[in-house]
Ligand binder design. Structure first.
Ligand SMILES: *[C@@H]1O[C@H](CO)[C@@H](O)[C@H](O)[C@H]1NC(C)=O
Ligand SMILES: *[C@@H]1O[C@H](CO)[C@@H](O)[C@H](O)[C@H]1NC(C)=O
Length: 204
């Protein structure tokens, strides 16, 4: 299979300038996600900068001089939002494609080293030399490493098509060792997005 990340938030930690863009999701909101950190006295831009250098920060809420940072989990369910004074809620801009920097996997056969899965070549014919291959067992895995902890909203997988696509019908998608999707298909797929919505840097 070829594993390729196509996800939302690209974390760019320790950058000298802010490359991460934020967008307003709620203006004058009377509730806001629970804060993981507060910074009084910051303007909106400084608040965005602070969030952008905190790898876990998914967004911030701001009301006149009070900057409150929150993580993805606090944001993901509005049930958990706290009643708050009229504030503006911002999140990182979605739809940045994440890049897998390196990879490893449980075993290799047919010369299918894991690097083939992250080489950006989406050819789905195994003979073209761009798909990875493990041994044929239960509980084999392939893991890719992101440059920085990021929100992985979904993972796009390009499955082998010259044969054997049904071998990838059942798998657990994990970020930093925590399952974000359990896939159990009856019909083999070719290219598919699997939702995940987890924060971390190791995607398996
Ligand atoms: C997959 O789903 C089928 C029903 O569609 C079920 O019988 C089977 O136990 C499931 N397998 C796993 C690994 O969850
Ligand atoms: C995966 O999601 C992206 C963004 O929504 C979309 O452009 C793409 O067509 C989707 N791919 C598949 C195979 O559904």
């Amino acid at each position: 299979l070829i594993l390729l990340m196509l996800c939302t938030i690209l974390g760019v930690p320790f950058a000298m300038t802010v490359h991460i863009q934020f967008m307003a999701v709620e203006l004058h909101s009377i509730s806001a996600p629970a804060a993981m950190e507060s910074a009084p006295g910051l303007g909106r831009m400084k608040c965005a900068e602070l969030c952008s250098v905190r790898p876990a920060c998914f967004g911030f809420s701001w009301l006149q001089g009070l900057c409150r940072l929150f993580d993805w989990l606090a944001f993901s369910s509005t049930d958990g939002w706290q009643v708050w004074e009229s504030c503006d809620v911002y999140t990182r801009m979605p739809h940045n494609r994440l890049k897998l920097e390196s990879c490893s996997k449980s075993s290799t056969s047919w010369f299918g080293v894991c690097e083939r899965a992250i080489d950006k070549n989406r050819n789905q014919d195994y003979r073209a030399g761009s798909c990875a291959h493990t041994r044929k067992n239960l509980f084999e895995w392939l893991e890719g490493q992101l440059a920085a902890p990021s929100l992985v909203s979904y993972v796009t997988i390009y499955n082998r098509q010259d044969c054997c696509a049904e071998r990838l019908n059942k798998f657990s998608l994990q970020v930093d060792g925590v399952e974000c999707n359990r896939v159990n298909l009856t019909v083999p797929f070719s290219v598919a997005n699997f939702s995940c919505n987890a924060f971390g840097s190791r995607v398996r």
